[in-house]
Design a protein around this ligand. Structure first.
Ligand SMILES: [Ca+2]
Ligand SMILES: [Ca+2]
Length: 134
């Protein structure tokens, strides 16, 4: 495959659950998952109220129309839902290149360790932010 090769289809992601998420609000938070795609489009799950082990079980689909060279991992971000401004909690990057060329197969079945931002790592010095299962 060369970088100019066109890739088209639909990417389907099953957001399953988060585990041991870091509590933004002392002992809990209201987490949702936001996925930032290669084209900067985003999609998110619903908020799970007061749940550090949220089960979203949400299927997210994104049409793929891009050149191979535009490939980027999926940026998966966990936020705490708040009235005024949602707090960023943690993120991970999920490679999905194995999905290209394998239509109609689930290629990712994995637990990803979450990482904090510089700001959340300051608030959470042991840097354990939990895990995301996709
Ligand atoms: Ca909240
Ligand atoms: Ca908050």
């Amino acid at each position: 495959m060369d970088a100019g090769e066109l890739i088209s289809g639909t990417l389907k992601i099953r957001a399953i659950h988060g585990k041991n998420l870091w509590p933004d609000e002392g002992t809990t938070s209201d987490p949702y998952l936001k996925i930032v795609f290669w084209n900067k489009k985003t999609q998110r799950t619903k908020t799970k109220k007061k749940d550090l082990n949220p089960v979203w079980l949400k299927d997210i689909t994104m049409p793929v129309e891009m050149k191979k060279g535009q490939y980027k991992p999926l940026r998966c971000e966990i936020y705490d839902d708040d009235l005024i401004r949602d707090d960023f909690i943690a993120y991970c990057d999920v490679p999905w290149i194995s999905c290209i060329g394998n239509p109609n197969k689930w290629m990712i079945d994995e637990i990803f360790k979450l990482r904090g931002s510089a700001n959340t790592e300051k608030k959470n010095p042991d840097k354990s932010f939990g895990e995301l299962y996709l």
